[in-house]
Design a protein around this ligand. Structure first.
Ligand code: 0RA
Length: 648
């Protein structure tokens, strides 16, 4: 930690623009006004506290959710300055809290890092809160000011003395702005855990005053990691079997770019690279990830060649062979990050590639020289990966060639639709042959195709790749969808240009088995067809749970609450006897007409679009669900019978 001596006073804060714009177009500033935007408010304040940590002044950050869903973020940083801002003739505290972009970050001497949607300023949080209170402990005194919708409702008041420093920000999100105002413990806890790994030494805690433990204390968690990224990769690989005992750790700095990387090998077949720029997850990777991959390929292939390990191979080792079973976290701190890509989740700064590649290269070279046994273990795995990839390519080519030979090449089980326009066409992947049959009768064949899937499709987390292409159900999915896997520069990419349906709808029973099958299918798409999720083509059908009828009228219900409401509307308990409640346990209990009107008719059905809300958490859940430990999987499925990782 560095301790900067420069004086940072009220005059460093520049006033820029008003907060009206934030209330008019909140999405522009915090991304959205759904639950994601709601949580973004917390991250905005926490980011400011983390900046204090990065500047060397803050060791503890405490987040508390109060009973009314207001939140307090407390830190022990320097405290927001309270002196008079010379130009604006106002307290700097008031300027920071009420003037857009006045957080101090636009002064490059103060804060080196900020990026993405983060860093829009704590004043945005103020603008979007029906109530906010800022309390500052600084220079022996305690000050506070209160606000409503971004406007001060009190002066900056001096209320007492304190021998500590720090900032407390308490805010209650504005109900007229957010669709939903309930904070989710798990979302907060997951990000705080991640921040603890990314900022080793920093303590972050979460307390939820809405939930009590059995002993009467509030539900809470505390996150702290001395090991930082090393512990992070261990945590990510928790449910997998390690190939090497300890992660390989890299830390370096060049031209003001800080590089921190930890990598670990497991016995699995997947590559998991999590990347961050200034603590922000870069889902689409970018120049830092490219630099990392380049170094891994270069150093391992050099080492393998020099030691003659590859001499007997009849095919080329490709980049991805070096990354099978690799889990890594790549974190860089960059002064002026440039983000690109569709969701601004990709780092663009070109200088970063070389910097990361050099830092990682050097550390790997060292590791390989000093750990010949472990290095050989990794190389053996690389060779196995290359061999399997070669076999997979052969299997895949066979499948793809076969399709050309058999004319349309469409699987026999597919009941296709007549439309040839992918934009209008949808395919239902249906659990079981019998429900598949009902769906075929109930569908509108003009634009709806049906493909029944038999039982549980292959568990792709565990299977070797060539096994996957030999699996009948999976081959059918590939060919029905019209997508193929192609190799380009030794990397495999999914070609979805010829995708035959723009809506792919998973339709399973609304029970535990059904949600297990949904998870398996989601895993498959997550691992092998991510562009389909990214492009928003994947959906989950929601069959109703009940049909409540009285006389000739009947109503479908999707949950307990709806059912109670409908029973009440039908006359409640008095009409006991006359009201019939049918509980649907599976799709098979509905006839074709019922299935159509509840689950398939675009005018009345409910579809959930599958998004990769949080790739990191989704991935962990998939591994946990598919991994070796059965009990946590069972518990998870039962708890989340209503499909996790899915945006409703
Ligand atoms: C402006 C300048 C300084 C600190 C902060 C803002 C600051 C903001 C927040 C928001 C939450 N916690 C915070 N902690 C600090 C620099 C202060 C100095 O030089 O003393």
């Amino acid at each position: 930690m560095t301790n900067k001596k420069e004086e940072y006073g009220a005059q460093n804060i520049q006033a820029l623009e008003g907060l009206e714009a934030v209330r008019k177009r909140p999405g522009m500033y915090i991304g959205s006004t759904d639950t994601k935007g709601l949580h973004h408010l917390v991250w905005e304040v926490v980011d400011n506290s983390i900046d204090e940590h990065l500047a060397g002044y803050c060791t503890d950050i405490d987040v508390t959710v109060h009973e009314d869903n207001s939140v307090t973020v407390k830190d022990n940083g320097r405290g927001i300055p309270t002196g008079m801002h010379e130009k604006l003739k106002k307290s700097a505290l008031e300027v920071v809290m009420t003037v857009l972009h006045a957080g101090g970050k636009f002064d490059k001497d103060t804060y080196k890092v900020s990026g993405g949607l983060h860093g829009v300023g704590v004043s945005c949080v103020n603008a979007l809160s029906e109530y906010l209170k800022a309390e500052v402990h600084r220079e022996g005194e305690v000050y506070f000011q209160e606000y409503s919708m971004g406007k001060p409702t009190t002066e900056v008041k001096r209320v007492g003395e304190s021998d500590e420093t720090g900032t407390y920000v308490t805010f209650r999100p504005d109900r007229t702005i957010f669709d939903e105002v309930e904070y989710k413990y798990d979302i907060l806890a997951n990000r705080l855990r991640e921040l603890a790994f990314l900022n080793s030494g920093l303590r972050l805690s979460l307390t939820d005053e809405r939930q009590k433990n059995e002993d009467g204390t509030f539900k809470s968690d505390s996150f702290h990691s001395e090991g930082g990224l090393k512990e992070f990769v261990k945590y990510l690989d928790e449910s997998r079997t390690s190939l090497i005992e300890e992660p390989i750790y890299v830390k370096g700095k060049e031209e003001d770019v800080e590089v921190e990387v930890a990598l670990h090998y497991n016995t699995g077949y997947q590559e998991h690279i999590y990347s961050y720029v200034n603590n922000i997850n870069t889902r689409e990777g970018g120049t830092h990830v490219n630099g990392f991959r380049r170094a891994v390929n270069r150093e391992f292939s050099k080492y393998g060649e020099e030691n003659g390990y590859f001499s007997k191979l009849k095919f080329k080792i490709s980049g991805e062979d070096f990354r099978e079973g690799l889990t890594a976290v790549v974190s860089v701190k960059v002064a002026e990050p440039q983000f690109k890509g569709q969701t601004k989740g990709e780092l663009g700064n070109s200088e970063v590639t070389g910097i990361v590649s050099r830092a990682v290269g050097e550390a790997l070279k060292h590791y390989l020289e000093e750990n010949p046994k472990l290095s050989k273990r990794i190389i053996d795995k690389v060779i196995l990966a290359a061999t399997a990839r070669n076999a997979a390519r052969k299997a895949r080519e066979l499948v793809q060639r076969k399709n050309v030979l058999t004319g349309t090449g469409l699987p026999g089980k597919l009941a296709d639709c007549s439309s040839r326009n992918p934009a209008d066409s949808e395919i239902f992947l249906v659990e079981g042959d019998s429900a598949g049959g009902t769906a075929k009768q109930g569908r509108d064949r003009k634009f709806q195709a049906i493909m029944p899937l038999r039982g549980k499709i292959l568990n792709v987390e565990k299977a070797l790749e060539h096994k996957i292409y030999e699996n009948e159900e999976i081959k059918n999915i590939f060919t029905a969808l019209g997508v193929s896997i192609e190799e380009k520069d030794g990397e495999r990419i999914l070609n979805i240009e010829k995708l035959r349906y723009h809506k792919i709808i998973i339709m399973c029973d609304a029970d535990v088995d059904g949600s297990h099958i949904v998870t398996l299918i989601l895993t498959f798409f997550f691992r092998y067809m991510i562009p389909i999720i990214e492009e928003g083509h994947l959906f989950i059908a929601a069959p109703p749970l009940y049909r409540v009828s009285k006389g000739k009228s009947s109503v479908y219900c999707w949950n307990e609450e709806e059912r109670k409401q409908v029973v009440q509307n039908f006359g409640g308990a008095e009409a006991e006897g006359k009201i019939k409640i049918q509980r649907y346990k599976g799709l098979g209990e509905m006839n074709a007409e019922q299935l159509w009107e509840t689950t398939m008719d675009p005018d009345t059905r409910i579809l959930r679009r599958v998004t990769i809300e949080d790739a990191l958490e989704a991935d962990r859940v998939f591994s946990m669900l598919m991994g070796d430990d059965v009990p946590p999987r069972r518990a998870f499925i039962e708890e989340n019978a209503k499909y996790a990782n899915v945006d409703v």
